[in-house]
Design a binder for this molecule. Structure first.
Ligand SMILES: [Zn+2]
Length: 306
């Protein structure tokens, strides 16, 4: 792992996923009663936190909590310690908070900068996986109930004639820092529909069926900003399980700086020099959400020139 990857929140491979253990039900049962095991309780996409941070239940407490949990999933190993997550979404918020011994429920993204990177990654992983379970209770083919297995990494249709296997879904999206031709070097930022006045970010969009990542970059930049991009260069990717994203970052160039926004997703797009971006930062306007690859793309570009 290089330094750039370490900086991106919610990823980093902190947990060993130990995929081979997922199908070993007896071993997973044994780990759930192991006194060293850690169980992370979540409620409807939120961490359950106390005065210190996200609650980590011991096996003893977790056995009580699990009786009320919709799902228990195996996240992986932190060294020798097994890490699970339980979903208390079936309870009311006060009941879930009390059962977990927490004080409140809060989105992991609201804890940016206060959470250890490994804790943020584990919470995001748990959030995404438990969210998928709540969305995949039934088989989309025959409508029968789907039953969780494999340590929470698969659901199996219970329909006698079907039995389809259902796996967690990830929805990839591309995010692009577009550079202008000529000098001074400038990048294209846009104001998205719903964003506050003066809030600019890089351009992004979902990858569609039948597209490569590069196809998606070219299409989205043409549709949203009316630009034809070339020289695509992969910059990195970020787990974004809010609820199911994977952000794939690129840089690209355009031959012409003419921009034409679609007026739907993008309200305005314009070119910024590094000096202008630095002025904005100095005036208290951050470069995107600090936990996002948007921020990473911009800050890396800003640091690469005068
Ligand atoms: Zn089915």
């Amino acid at each position: 792992m290089d330094a750039a990857e370490r900086v991106l929140a919610y990823g980093g491979g902190w947990l060993e996923r130990a995929g081979a253990l997922r199908t070993d039900a007896a071993r997973l049962d044994a780990l759930l009663t192991d006194p060293t095991t850690v169980v992370l309780p979540l409620w409807r996409d939120r961490c359950l936190v106390d005065g210190v941070g996200p609650v980590r239940l011991t096996a003893e407490r977790a056995s009580l909590v699990r009786s009320a949990a919709a799902e228990t999933v195996f996240l992986g190993l932190d060294g020798d310690v097994a890490v699970f997550a339980v979903d208390l979404s079936g309870l009311s918020e006060p009941a879930a908070v009390e059962m977990a011994g927490a004080t409140r429920a809060v989105d992991v993204r609201a804890l940016v900068g206060r959470l250890d990177p490994a804790d943020a990654a584990a919470q995001a992983y748990a959030r995404g996986l438990l969210h998928w379970h709540r969305q995949q209770r039934y088989c989309g083919t025959c409508g029968a109930a789907a039953v969780a297995g494999g340590g929470g990494h698969v659901r199996t249709c219970s329909g006698a004639e079907c039995g389809r296997l259902l796996f967690p879904r990830i929805e990839p999206a591309i995010i692009v820092l577009v550079e202008a031709p000529g000098s001074p070097e400038r990048c294209l930022l846009a104001r998205h529909a719903g964003a506050a006045a003066g809030a600019y970010s890089t351009l992004a969009g979902f990858v569609e069926v039948g597209e490569s990542l590069e196809d998606a970059v070219r299409r989205e930049m043409a549709e949203e900003a009316g630009v034809t991009v070339t020289d695509l260069a992969y910059q990195g990717s970020q787990a974004w399980p809010f609820p199911a994203g994977l952000m794939v970052g690129f840089r690209a160039r355009v031959a012409s700086e003419e921009v034409r926004v679609d007026g739907v997703e993008l309200l305005e797009a314009r070119w910024f020099s590094r000096a202008e971006l630095r002025e904005r930062v100095a005036a208290g306007r951050p470069l995107g959400r600090v936990d996002s690859i948007d921020h990473q793309l911009l800050s890396t570009w800003l640091a690469a020139g005068d």
